[in-house]
Design a protein around this ligand. Structure first.
Ligand code: ATP
Length: 148
């Protein structure tokens, strides 16, 4: 018997379907959610959500959020999330460059601007790492990766 999985971000629905297992980066560690799991509400940290169905796996980068588990359904409410296949590498590189630039500009370490740039750097680094490891474009020639 499968479990229903829904992944929704602030701006769209990313996934809806019956799956065998959902693996989530919970704030207390990785959680594997199988059918008939006990009810649970947890925060999610930045990382990768894995959805497995009939031996096939789909991966989603998630910047944080909440998960609600019921025995027949897992609902993931993401701050922002992407299927790794759809990550735009050029956009993530640009976001990373801009965040690094802002951090170098010498804003106070506890200011809002610094924290925002640091969070943007973490998001873009996650997207780049995962897109390169698992995304469609992972076969890019090595020389185009040398500056990161
Ligand atoms: P950017 O500066 O490029 O907008 P960001 O980290 O500020 O990046 P978010 O606010 O986290 O972006 O996300 C806004 C929306 O854009 C979300 O729907 C997110 O899934 C999507 N998104 C962000 N970066 C990428 C990317 N590199 N490829 C595909 N979608 C992305």
């Amino acid at each position: 018997m499968p479990i229903r999985c829904e992944i929704v971000s602030q701006d769209r629905s990313l996934f809806e379907g019956d799956v065998d297992i959902v693996v989530i980066p919970g704030t207390d560690g990785e959680m594997g959610i199988l059918p008939n799991h006990a009810p649970l509400l947890s925060t999610i940290r930045m990382g990768i959500v894995r959805v497995r169905r009939a031996g096939e796996e789909q991966l989603f980068t998630i910047t944080g959020g909440l998960v609600e588990v019921q025995p027949t359904i897992v609902t993931i409410l993401a701050d922002a999330a992407e299927n790794v296949e759809e990550i735009d590498i050029a956009r993530a590189e640009d976001a990373k460059r801009k965040a690094e630039q802002r951090l170098k500009e010498g804003v106070p370490a506890d200011s809002e601007a610094y924290l925002a740039a640091e969070a943007a750097l973490h998001r873009s680094t996650l997207r780049l790492d995962m897109a390169r490891r698992y995304g469609r474009t992972r076969k890019r020639p090595l020389e185009t990766r040398s500056s990161e």
